[in-house]
Design a protein. Structure first.
Length: 369
């Protein structure tokens, strides 16, 4: 493994700190300036007005800090939903929210122009907040219910898009490709077989690492880097927009750390041939697929040298061959067994042949070894 992840991105910490700071300042300012909204009779009983402002400012800062934490939790939850939400549904909800806010502000215009006494001046901002929340949520909910009907009108032929919008199908998650998979060379076969669905994302850090390998003075590393870049160029030409180059440059000490952050941000599946990287991803509750484990899981259950008890059911095409079948229906060609048709014999597997039509196993009687 090239580098281990060491924690959250510093830029994320900066954004979260700024959000909390803004809420604290806003709460403190609201408490400090809120003294002016107190009734005159109450203010007349206050002997230390500045002290009251400091106290209310402190309470405002405290409640602002709590509100900031709640806002961050809501923001994280919203971002997770947005990352996994189908694009069509996201657009319909956004349009519904915008239309709701537009209606709210059109209805608010006459109310904001009304001359109200100072004592009830808070009615205008209160009405603005309540109307925007009400009509915004209403537009969002209407888009949730009827937005899919509009999608059918604009794109009636896309059955898959409708099923995704209705929640019947889950959208395919993006696949984040590690450098080791590109160098391995089996990525093309995975794409051609249709096993990988969704967008295939190549991080800029992976391309930079391949370029460093291609410029290396070591002949072996140079060959790996050039082979990986050549494969990427061929896949980009063959699959077009499905293969995306992510140009976001994450802060981190190594390519692995940046790949983990990209996987987390996109809620994708990390495809790698690096055992350690796959385990680190699992520790961080990220989805990862180890290409080596995939190959092992697809390996035939019967290996050369295995001994089986097989019933010979018919004769083979070649001389003195017999044919038997495994429990899964795989055909086994057994040498020197034509005379044993209808009998069960102990056989030893000598080899296997994998074809697009299926698998064929070759064996011979164990006593013939």
């Amino acid at each position: 493994m090239r580098a281990r992840a060491r924690g959250p991105d510093s830029s994320v910490f900066t954004v979260e700190a700024l959000i909390l700071l803004l809420f604290v300042i806003s709460g403190a300012a609201a408490g400090w300036l809120g003294v002016d909204l107190l009734p005159p009779q109450a203010l007349m009983q206050v002997t230390n007005l500045e002290g009251l402002q400091w106290v209310l400012g402190g309470f405002g800062a405290f409640f602002g800090l709590i509100a900031g934490f709640l806002f961050q939790r809501l923001r994280e939850r919203l971002m997770r939903q947005v990352r996994t939400m189908p694009t069509d549904l996201l657009i319909s909800r956004a349009v519904g929210l915008i239309l709701g806010l537009l209606v709210a502000n059109l209805l608010l215009a006459p109310i904001l122009l009304l001359p109200l006494p100072w004592e009830v001046g808070f009615v205008k901002p209160l009405a603005a907040v309540l109307s925007n929340v009400f009509f915004g949520v209403s537009g969002y909910n209407l888009a949730e219910v009827h937005g899919r009907t509009l999608l059918r009108l604009f794109n009636p032929s896309s059955t898959e898009a409708l099923l995704v919008a209705d929640g019947v199908l889950q959208p395919a998650s993006p696949k984040i490709i590690d450098t080791s998979v590109i160098i391995d060379g089996r990525l093309r076969g995975l794409l051609e077989s249709g096993l990988l669905e969704g967008q295939v994302i190549i991080a800029q850090s992976v391309i930079d690492e391949l370029q460093q390998l291609a410029d290396s003075g070591n002949a072996e590393k140079r060959g790996k880097g050039r082979r990986g870049l050549k494969l990427l160029a061929a896949l980009r030409e063959e699959y077009g927009r499905r293969l995306i180059i992510n140009s976001t440059r994450y802060d981190g000490d190594g390519v692995d750390e940046k790949l983990l952050k990209l996987t987390s941000d996109t809620n994708g599946l990390l495809l790698t041939a690096d055992y350690n990287l796959a385990k680190v991803a699992q520790v961080q509750n990220l989805r990862a697929l180890n290409l080596s484990e995939l190959v092992i899981s697809l390996r035939p259950e019967v290996q050369p040298g295995d001994r089986l008890q097989l019933k010979i059911v018919r004769e083979g095409k070649e001389a003195d061959q017999g044919i038997g079948y495994l429990e899964d229906g795989t055909m086994v060609v057994v040498e020197a067994s034509r005379k044993s048709i209808g009998e069960r014999r102990d056989v030893t597997v000598t080899g296997a042949l994998q074809t697009p039509a299926g698998r064929m196993v070759f064996a011979r009687p164990s006593e013939a070894r």
